[in-house]
Design a protein around this ligand. Sequence first.
Ligand SMILES: Nc1ncnc2c1ncn2[C@@H]1O[C@H](COP(=O)(O)OP(=O)(O)OP(=O)(O)O)[C@@H](O)[C@H]1O
Ligand SMILES: CC(C)(CO)[C@@H](O)C(=O)[O-]
Ligand code: BAL
Length: 281
Amino acid sequence: MKVIKSIPEVREAVKCAKKEGKTIALVPTMGYLHEGHISLVRIAGERGNFVVVSIFVNPLQFGPSEDLKEYPRDLNRDIMLLEREGVDLVFAPDVEEMYPEEQLATVEVKGLTEVMCGAYRPGHFTGVATVVMKLFNIVQPDIAVFGQKDAQQAAVIKKMVKDLNLPVEIIVGPVVREEDGLAMSSRNVYLNSEEREAALVLYRALKKGENLLDGGVRSAKTVIESIEKEFEKEPLARLQYVYICHPETLKEIINIEKGAMIAVAAFIGKTRLIDNILWEG
Ligand SMILES: Nc1ncnc2c1ncn2[C@@H]1O[C@H](COP(=O)(O)OP(=O)(O)OP(=O)(O)O)[C@@H](O)[C@H]1O
Ligand SMILES: CC(C)(CO)[C@@H](O)C(=O)[O-]
Ligand code: BAL
């Protein structure tokens, strides 16, 4: 497995792989890998035969009062995990390599970024779309794999690819959870033991909503109220939003139909977590 920090070297390695007729599959990450990331790496390996994982904590997508400095990092451990998975190339640039000067060109996906997390993290999705566009231009993958855990991000990237005619197939892998239901996230490491227990409220509340739907309820208002109630019972949690929408257009849904997504974001102590479920009906 090659570990590369420079853009020209990545271009060269990918060029060689392409010459050999390989299909390039990219998994973009911010590192501090867990089973959620590994599941995406495995999907990449099933769909392509030259797997590239990028590890880059992208400053452009963090707000001024967010956790850029504290974001967990452990490149050596990540490399060990990816080596075990048979990954071909790890691209782990430093900030100067990705942003040698002020980044003036950005990618904005309007219409999908004003709701949900976008409403609370201004500029976040422009930062995400811009770095993903840069990664696509550097690696030139045939396929890129993202996680459903970051549902709005997946919708934004799909729309960027569609609207800008990028020659990349986007695959979205399902949410991987801990045994007790908590969605895996690098930020779970911030939680102390009480908060870790309290964090279960996200999945519990989503499941409550799902149960209502399974029981025949179709009113988004009813489902939202039941989710809000579940959060009110958890003193360490502060619900930021609950939103029911189409998973790709992110248009709000009033009368719920099969395929709808229920998404939540909440602070558990100082840690902001997100989760969602797709209601398959
Ligand atoms: N539990 C999960 N299941 C499936 N995919 C996941 C999961 N967690 C993260 N991913 C995906 O992994 C990719 C890289 O995400 P990232 O490195 O930000 O990890 P993360 O755990 O989401 O971190 P954080 O939420 O703390 O920023 C994204 O496409 C993301 O959706
Ligand atoms: C897609 C991504 C790697 C862009 O920095 C990041 O937002 C993430 O890890 O989900
Ligand atoms: N996985 C989403 C990246 C972020 O929260 O910045």
